[in-house]
Write a protein that binds this ligand. Structure first.
Ligand code: ZN
Length: 189
């Protein structure tokens, strides 16, 4: 397994409709393994193919942030949603940006495992949020498309706070410009 570079907001692959996986071959299985490693190393709750530059409908999701158990899902499809829940959301492709997004409280997802088995995954709360967020990526949708614009903020480390961080309000324009600069710096590095 190898850690992959995470694609930053502004790269076209994040806005493309990902391609459905027809054959679960060694390459897909290896890619999923790489995505798991990349997600865990970056302390993410989920990661989608386009975020590592692969326009394929595959996602990895961590059902419990405290655990390293990971679901690897191929061609995931949301088949049921229930309720609504407001919550603060972030994305490894939009580093340190946070914003409030309303997501279903409960979802049911159908997918195929790396073993080729069809599975039904149910998620509530944070897990439902992670599943919908990752499935959104496969259609080229980012959380900033669904965010309450006034809630956008940068998550900054802050020792004076009990939580160890603070939220500095920002705007969509400011955030997109910051990611543009970050992409430039990375491509020059
Ligand atoms: Zn994301």
């Amino acid at each position: 397994m190898a850690k992959k570079r995470i694609v930053i907001c502004g790269e076209p692959v994040l806005r493309r409709q990902a391609k459905r996986v027809k054959n679960i071959d060694g390459r897909i299985i290896e890619l999923l393994g790489d995505m798991v490693e990349t997600m865990l190393e970056n302390s993410g709750l989920g990661l989608a193919g386009p975020q590592v530059g692969e326009s394929k409908t595959i996602i990895v999701v961590r059902p419990d942030p405290e655990q390293e158990d990971v679901l690897e899902l191929i061609n995931p499809r949301i088949v049921e949603t229930e309720g609504e829940e407001e919550g603060l959301e972030g994305c490894l492709s939009l580093p340190t940006l946070r914003g409030t997004v309303i997501r279903p409280q409960r979802v049911v997802v159908e997918a195929v495992t790396p073993d080729g088995e069809e599975v039904v995954v149910e998620g509530e709360g944070l897990m439902a949020r992670a599943l919908v967020h990752e499935v959104d990526h496969l259609a080229g949708t980012l959380f900033i498309d669904r965010v309450e614009p006034d809630s956008l903020a940068w998550l900054r480390p802050d020792d004076r706070k009990e939580s160890g961080y603070r939220l500095d309000p920002t705007t969509m324009e400011e955030a997109l410009a910051a990611f543009e600069r970050l992409r430039k710096r990375r491509s020059e590095a």
